[in-house]
Write a protein that binds this ligand. Structure first.
Ligand code: IPE
Ligand code: IPE
Ligand code: MG
Length: 239
C-alpha cells in the first residue's frame, strides 16, 4: 500500500454512502436492525478518523428519500437509533469541536428526531474544528427541485434576475450552501452507484468504492481511501 505522507493531497470534504448494514446482518445471521446498530459504531470510528487525519468536513448519507419505502419497523428503528446516537455522541461532538448540520426533507422526520437534531445543531453551532453533516430523508433531486422552486418564486416576485443566476448563485439555494463540494465520495457495501446523493455537489468528486459492508468500515479502509485519493489526478476538465 502506498504511504500517506503529510504532503499528500488530502480531501477537505469526504462524503460517505454508508451501505451494507442489512447484508452484514444477514451474513452474521442477525436481524437487519443489528446491522444498523453496528453501523452506528462505524460512524463513531469514522468521526475519530476524520479527527485523526484532520479532515474538516464529513457528510454521511444516513437515510434517503427512497428509504421511506422500507418497512415501518425498520424506519422506526432507524429513527430511534438516530436519537440514541445523537444523545450518546453529544460529548464527542463537543470534545472534537464538531458542528452538526443536517440536509434533507426534515419535515418528514418524526418529532423526537427533529427536536433532538435541532437541539444539537444549536448547541454545536459555534464549533469550528470539524463539520458533520447528516443527510436524512435526503434526495438530491428533491433538493435541486426545491432550489428551483425557490428561484422561480423569487424571479416571479421580481426579486431575482434569471440572467444573473450563475452556478455559484444557484448552489446557494441548495441545502449544502456554505459547505465545500465533496472531494471524495466513499460508498461501502459493493454497489457502484450514487443513489440520489449529492448529484450537483459531486460533479468533480473522486469516487471510491469498497466491498466492505458499512459496519466493518474502520481505519484501514479509511486510510486506503485516503491513499488512493492521494494518487488520483484531478484535472477538472483541464489537461
Ligand atoms: C445502509 O444499509 C443503511 C441505510 C440505507 C439506512 P442498508 O440497510 O441499505 O443495507 P443493505 O444494502 O440492505 O445491505
Ligand atoms: C443508499 O443506500 C442510501 C443510504 C446509504 C442512506 P440504499 O441501500 O438505500 O441504496 P440502493 O437502494 O442500493 O440504491
Ligand atoms: Mg443498501
Amino acid at each position: 500500500m502506498p504511504e500517506l505522507s503529510p504532503a499528500s493531497p488530502r480531501p477537505r470534504h469526504i462524503a460517505i454512502i454508508m451501505d451494507g448494514n442489512g447484508r452484514w446482518a444477514a451474513k452474521h445471521g442477525l436481524e437487519r436492525s443489528a446491522g444498523h446498530q453496528a453501523g452506528a459504531d462505524a460512524v463513531i470510528r469514522t468521526l475519530e478518523c476524520c479527527n485523526q487525519y484532520a479532515i474538516p468536513y464529513l457528510t454521511l448519507y444516513a437515510f434517503s428519500t427512497e428509504n421511506w419505502k422500507r418497512s415501518p419497523k425498520e424506519v422506526a428503528f432507524l429513527m430511534n437509533l438516530l436519537v440514541d446516537f445523537l444523545d450518546q455522541q453529544a460529548a464527542k461532538l463537543a470534545e472534537y469541536q464538531i458542528r452538526l448540520r443536517v440536509i434533507g426533507d426534515l419535515e418528514r422526520l418524526p418529532r423526537p428526531a427533529r427536536l433532538c437534531l435541532q437541539q444539537q445543531i444549536t448547541s454545536t453551532a459555534a464549533n469550528a474544528k470539524g463539520n458533520l453533516t447528516l443527510a436524512l430523508s435526503y434526495g438530491s433531486r428533491h433538493e435541486i427541485t426545491r432550489a428551483a422552486q425557490i428561484v422561480a418564486r423569487l424571479a416571479k416576485a421580481g426579486a431575482l434576475d434569471p440572467e444573473a443566476l450563475d452556478e455559484d448563485a444557484f448552489a446557494g439555494y441548495l441545502q449544502t450552501a456554505g459547505l465545500p463540494d465533496p472531494d471524495l465520495i466513499i460508498r461501502t457495501g459493493g454497489e457502484q452507484r450514487l443513489s440520489n446523493f449529492l448529484l450537483w455537489q459531486a460533479s468533480y468528486a473522486e469516487i471510491w468504492f469498497t466491498e466492505t459492508f458499512w459496519p466493518d468500515f474502520a481505519e484501514p479502509q479509511f486510510r486506503q481511501a485516503l491513499d488512493d485519493f492521494a494518487h488520483r489526478q484531478r484535472r477538472f476538465g483541464g489537461i
